[in-house]
Design a protein around this ligand. Structure first.
Ligand code: SF4
Ligand SMILES: [Zn+2]
Ligand SMILES: [Zn+2]
Length: 328
């Protein structure tokens, strides 16, 4: 098969677009499509300061690469979760990526900041690992952005992730989550704008980009992801996609075009004003934010289990460390 744009052999076939491209033209296409998504949804505007969440996987590193190539100054934020070798390797690939490209990186180590990593947090709270981990990551992304003066937080969520979340929400008719799903969550009091520039690329397309750009990323999945419902949803959508190319994109895009605006309008009317958490000052709808409540509970139980010394008090402010490229 030949590249649509030149006579070279095609390296990537994009069935849902009826397109086959050589390596050079694929890279060009991928970056131009990202730029288009950013423009179309006004994800990044003049004067914005962008923080990009970096797990060390292909999506986040590819996003950092593309944003940088498109001329945006994006600072990376890596949250060290303390999940054994998986987290050590994630830290390694992330710092190497930043060092090799001379990019600014901020690291927050959960255990260093709060005395507990994700496994201990799960043990102390009795909640599944992903629940405390997801909540802490969302909180820390916004808090670091707030403290360091970033007004945009970019994440590498792709079409497979977004379609799987949508399917999960639709299967349970999660009317509180559905209106908030989209490539951009606008800024509000104390909350950075959340953007997902890769929301229309499949996982395979992002992997092809990372491979062709020779990005060394972490291939292994988090051990806690095994058995996650999101993987089941992805599998189901992949089976549909195989028989009907374009299904995933249509499912997400048609929702965003036809249904989400109606739901968001309804939500706008009942949007609750945000106040400052009495413990940490982060925006919240209650008196204390979910992060402070979670960690307060974790501290009480962790002390009983001797996972933390009696004398240690919970201090919400994260210890964000700037990893200068040469120190990484
Ligand atoms: S799979 Fe769960 S525990 Fe692992 S990084 Fe994701 S949210 Fe955290
Ligand atoms: Zn070509
Ligand atoms: Zn709080």
């Amino acid at each position: 098969m030949r590249c649509r744009k030149c006579t070279q052999n095609a390296q990537v076939e994009l069935r849902r677009h009826g397109l086959a491209l050589c390596a050079a033209h694929y890279l060009e296409w991928f970056e131009a499509q990202t730029a288009r998504a950013i423009r179309r949804h006004k994800m990044i505007r003049e004067g914005d300061r962008v923080l990009v969440a970096i797990s060390g996987g292909k999506d986040s590193l590819a996003l950092w690469e593309v944003l940088t190539r498109l001329g945006y100054e994006a600072t990376g934020l890596h949250i060290q979760l303390g999940i054994g070798e998986y987290s050590e390797r994630a830290y390694e690939v992330t710092t190497r990526f930043a060092r090799e490209r001379g990019l600014p990186l901020i690291v927050v180590d959960l255990a260093e900041s709060y005395g507990l990593g994700v496994p201990e947090l799960s043990l102390a709270t009795g909640r599944v690992a992903c629940s405390g981990c997801g909540l802490s990551k969302r909180y820390l992304m916004n808090e670091v952005a707030r403290e360091e003066g970033f007004n945009v937080v970019a994440t590498g969520h792709n079409l497979d992730d977004e379609a799987a979340v949508l399917l999960g929400n639709v299967l349970r008719w999660q009317t509180d989550a559905l209106p908030r799903q989209g490539p951009v969550l606008p800024e509000r009091e104390g909350l950075a704008r959340r953007i997902k520039p890769f929301y229309l690329f499949t996982e395979r397309e992002v992997a092809s980009y990372a491979l062709l750009r020779r990005i060394a990323y972490q291939h292994e999945e988090c051990p806690n992801a095994t058995g996650a419902k999101s993987l089941l949803y992805k599998e189901a959508l992949n089976r549909l996609e195989e028989r009907m190319p374009g299904t995933k994109q249509a499912f997400l895009e048609q929702f965003l075009k036809k249904i989400q605006p109606i739901l968001a309008e309804g939500l706008g009317a009942q949007e609750v004003a945000l106040k400052e958490c009495e413990r940490c000052g982060a925006p919240t709808t209650g008196e204390t934010c979910a992060f402070c409540r979670l960690w307060d509970q974790a501290y009480r139980r962790a002390k009983k289990r001797k996972l933390l010394p009696e004398s240690r008090a919970f201090e919400p402010r994260p210890r964000a460390r700037r990893v200068a490229p040469e120190e990484g």
